[in-house]
Design a protein around this ligand. Sequence first.
Ligand code: 1GP
Length: 236
Amino acid sequence: MVNKEETWYSHWRHAFKLDPDKQLTEEALEQICMSGTDAIIVGGSSGVTFENIVDLLSRIRRFEVDCALEVSTLEAAVPGFDGYFVPLVLNTADATWINGKHTAGLIEYGRFVPWHITAAQGYIVLHEQSTVAKLTQAETQLSKEQVVAHVQMADRLMRLPIIYIEYSGTFGEMEIVSTVQKTVTEAQLFYGGGIDSVDKAKKAAQFADTVVVGNVVYTDLPAALATVEAVLAKSY
Ligand code: 1GP
């Protein structure tokens, strides 16, 4: 593996993504935070408000696990996280999701941004039916060559610190993720989408630097918890 820059998230191998718009009991949240995962990412594509993020953050803060916010709307940029991710969707023709919302938000809140703990994520959204693909009108039907070009643009030209292969809601094509791994040089490779078993977690961990597990937390908590060890057991 290339020796990548050390950042506040560079040691993360496994992360759970929690949606502030969804319900979790205290017991479930405790199990997630105490699971041995490297981090909790708070984020969602819809129904995210300042109030529900503050509420979830304060509940997660009872535990020591790293906790980052994926800032999907600037009105919901809650202070107090260990770090902030700012997603840019690379495979959309609608610049709203590349720089539109971002510059609008920075005009209003730019002076408050804790830059040293803020990182851009270059999202490549590949599941057509996902909420994020519909919302951002992502062009999800990409050939391998097109994915490689997006990766080169993000990694080499834009020098984004993170590339996020997003298959939210379905388990992705590992051949594509493998190709991305071979193409990327400096960015940290996040993979998320459809991981609901040890087997899928291991497969994704073969290629991604950081494996993100989302929805299964709400549908099958024991399966979600089992993905932690599956990913962390990988030897580097
Ligand atoms: C969503 O990549 C994450 O942004 C995780 O996806 O919910 O399908 O696990 P899942």
